[in-house]
Ligand binder design. Structure first.
Ligand SMILES: Cc1cc2nc3c(=O)[nH]c(=O)nc-3n(C[C@H](O)[C@H](O)[C@H](O)COP(=O)(O)O)c2cc1C
Length: 203
């Protein structure tokens, strides 16, 4: 079965990214995939620092207590949904931090479906930013199609108060189906073709 990590990139308690992550997870289950919602709202991931790679970490270091679990969940996935809010015209720093922490092949050559959320009519900047700088050393493979959810509070598929355009939820479902197909297709590429020892960091 296709396993998809759904990464919600906001640390806000009432994060819309988390809510959209729940919607995406439900759609993935309906499609026949399994979804693991990794919400940065719920994980106290520290900012990357040089001690992350140390072999001599104190027992209470978050790189021992928090990161390994996140890393394992990402490694178990065949593909990712990556959801970012737009903050000050940028992707969330928490999400960029997570992407920076993925130095152990967690995401490498796995397809990623980008979704941005905006409470108004923004949302293009995080997509552009992630496409430009979110993949180099972690080798995440962003799909050519992405989704921008504007006026995100109105996006409530199936609910009586759903006020989003009627094409938006079907488009998301289509994006997730494409993601699952890519995730299956990429398995032999990772297993039989890609040599990450040769590549090391991206160029
Ligand atoms: C600090 C901050 C900056 C924001 N900047 C933008 C922005 O530049 N463009 C935009 O469309 N929305 C902006 N918003 C509104 C967000 O789109 C909205 O809060 C959205 O729900 C954020 O996603 P989240 O709920 O997952 O955190 C900003 C919100 C915050 C809290």
């Amino acid at each position: 079965m296709t396993k998809i990590a759904v990464i919600a990139g906001s640390n806000r308690k009432e994060a819309e990214s988390h809510r959209v992550g729940e919607i995406a997870s439900q759609m993935l289950e309906e499609i026949g995939a399994t979804a693991d919602l990794i919400s940065l709202r719920d994980i106290e991931l520290p900012l990357w620092d040089e001690s992350k790679g140390s072999k001599d970490l104190p027992e209470d270091s978050p790189w021992r207590t928090i990161w390994p679990g996140v890393s394992e969940r990402l490694k178990a996935a065949d593909g990712m949904v990556v959801i970012s809010p737009e903050w000050h015209g940028m992707a969330s720093p928490h999400l960029k931090n997570l992407l920076s922490c993925c130095t152990d092949r967690e995401l490498a050559f796995k397809p990623g479906y980008l979704i941005s959320v905006s409470s108004s009519i923004g949302g293009a900047y995080p997509i552009a930013e992630l496409r430009m700088s979110g993949y180099k050393n972690n080798y995440a493979h962003w799909l050519p199609d992405h989704l921008i959810i504007r006026n995100v509070a109105s996006f409530r598929p199936g609910a009586a108060d759903d006020a989003a355009p009627d094409w938006l939820a079907p488009r998301m479902r289509h994006g997730l189906k494409v993601l699952c197909a890519y995730a299956e297709a990429a398995k032999p590429i990772r297993a039989e073709v890609v040599d990450l020892d040769l590549l090391r960091n991206g160029m």
